[in-house]
Design a protein around this ligand. Structure first.
Ligand SMILES: *[C@@H]1O[C@H](CO)[C@@H](O)[C@H](O)[C@H]1NC(C)=O
Ligand SMILES: *[C@@H]1O[C@H](CO)[C@@H](O)[C@H](O)[C@H]1NC(C)=O
Ligand SMILES: *[C@@H]1O[C@H](CO)[C@@H](O)[C@H](O)[C@H]1NC(C)=O
Length: 414
């Protein structure tokens, strides 16, 4: 712990990342518009989520246009739209079942120049669908393919993305699952694993449109390639926060703060599987069966390395019905406050594995412990993840679901 107090290791971000950077800016501003983020692996039977999406349009049978641009090709994307899988419905069947009128864009990474242009008949047909849509829904897969399909190679908006932005300002909902949610941030990041982001000290590869998000700077047979990741331009419908998905199933709460530092984004949203966060202007509400992490770096201090170090992150975890005010950053839960604390918090020995983070924080807030200390299973170095109580954190529970409001999280090497 001595290391933790050394000024040599603790410098503000402006020093840590060099010229032009400021401490991750935070503000009371929030973006206008309606964004519906699905954390991936949504069950076809999760009527609460799909009904909320339909209801959010204010129409009984809204038009939803599906972009399959995270698929590897137009043909494969159209298959996911039209053809049921053994375990899951096609998008067409799914959205029809929940009362939408679905359509699909003939746009993918292998035809983007034609499909995104307003001077081709294919592009014009796509643009007409966007013009008529109440919801524009982006599929799951790989978000670098979304960016390849929707941006020009120089990073400017394609003609059709310009139309999506106009529809968004007019009140259309932009929605997406998994990669389709991750692309909503100003920068989108991906690939790799929490330990790799820690090991490489939040040094994500800065990728261009048309590249993948894999960090190939040490070649494609390297640890960096398998465990680190990259970031590139995203759509920016969510302005102040980075979006990650599958967060508990894949232990991604550990990579989110590293990606926040790498992209200079002050807040992080990590949506769990079969869960959604509906952002309507300043107010966000959680739907579904798992939870959403909200990570706030406004009081955090990032170290310089060699491994990723941060202290003083504020971490909240919200479940169905909970609300987050994006202007004030206030967490609002209708669940009863936890007032009795018994037992000890769980200390994970493999903290970046699925559900270990959430187990750590929920056992902490019900226990009489002041901290939960988790470790990576990897050694040399080991990543230490400490959740601890400070002043003012609150926790609520009902029917086995928890709300945690402003726990502190530190990550450092031992
Ligand atoms: C449906 O939407 C309206 C406003 O658009 C909202 O007041 C209501 O709570 C929503 N109902 C459900 C079940 O989501
Ligand atoms: C095509 O898109 C560009 C912007 O990308 C816009 O300036 C132009 O007006 C559009 N043309 C038509 C016919 O919509
Ligand atoms: C906390 O709970 C543990 C296990 O129930 C118990 O052994 C310990 O005495 C408690 N500590 C305090 C400070 O209440």
């Amino acid at each position: 712990m001595h290391k933790m107090n050394s000024n040599a290791l603790f410098v503000v971000l402006v020093v840590a990342v060099g010229v032009g950077a400021v401490a991750l800016p935070h503000s009371r501003q929030s973006s206008p518009g309606k964004v519906f983020l699905f954390g991936g692996a949504t069950e076809d039977t999760s009527a609460n989520i799909y009904d909320a999406l339909r209801n959010a349009t204010g129409k009984p049978s809204p038009n939803i246009v599906v972009a399959i641009t995270a698929a590897s090709s137009l043909a494969i994307g159209l298959e996911a739209y039209y053809i049921d899988d053994p375990g899951s419905w096609s998008y067409e069947r799914l959205f029809t079942f929940y009362g939408f009128q679905p359509s699909v864009l003939q746009l993918a990474r292998d035809n983007w120049e034609e499909g995104a242009s307003n001077s081709t008949s294919l592009g014009q047909a796509n643009i007409r669908l966007v013009e008529a849509a109440d919801v524009i829904f982006f599929n799951g897969g790989d978000q670098s393919r979304h960016s390849r399909s929707w941006f020009n190679t120089d990073g400017s908006d394609s003609d059709i993305l310009g139309v999506v932005r106009r529809r968004f300002l007019d009140g259309a909902i932009v929605a997406g699952t998994s990669a389709g949610a991750a692309i909503m941030s100003k920068r989108t990041y991906g690939e790799g694993y929490s330990y790799g982001y820690f090991y490489f000290n939040a040094d994500l590869k800065e990728c261009d449109i048309g590249e993948t998000l894999q960090d190939d700077r040490d070649g494609t047979n390297s640890f960096r390639y398998s465990d680190n990741g990259g970031h590139m331009q995203g759509f920016g419908f969510v302005q102040e926060a980075l979006v990650d998905t599958h967060v508990d199933a894949r232990g991604r709460f550990g990579r989110l703060p590293a990606a926040m530092r790498s992209t200079l984004t002050p807040y992080g949203i990590g949506v769990g599987e079969d869960t959604a966060l509906y952002i309507n202007g300043e107010e966000a509400v959680v739907l579904g069966n798992d939870g959403v992490w909200w990570v706030d770096s406004s009081e955090a201090q990032f170290g310089i390395g060699p491994y990723f170090t941060v202290t003083g992150l504020l971490v909240s975890y919200l479940t169905e019905g909970d609300r987050l005010n994006l202007a004030t950053k206030e967490v609002i839960s209708t669940k009863p406050l936890i007032t009795t604390n018994e037992g000890v918090a769980y200390d994970s020995r493999d903290v970046f594995t699925g559900r270990e983070g959430i187990r750590s924080i929920t056992t902490l807030v019900t226990s009489n412990s002041t901290r939960s200390t988790g470790r990576s299973k990897e050694r040399n170095p080991t990543a230490n993840v400490v959740f601890h109580r400070g002043q003012g954190e609150l926790a609520y529970t009902m029917d086995g679901k928890f709300t945690v409001d402003k726990l502190h999280m530190d990550i450092y090497s031992i």
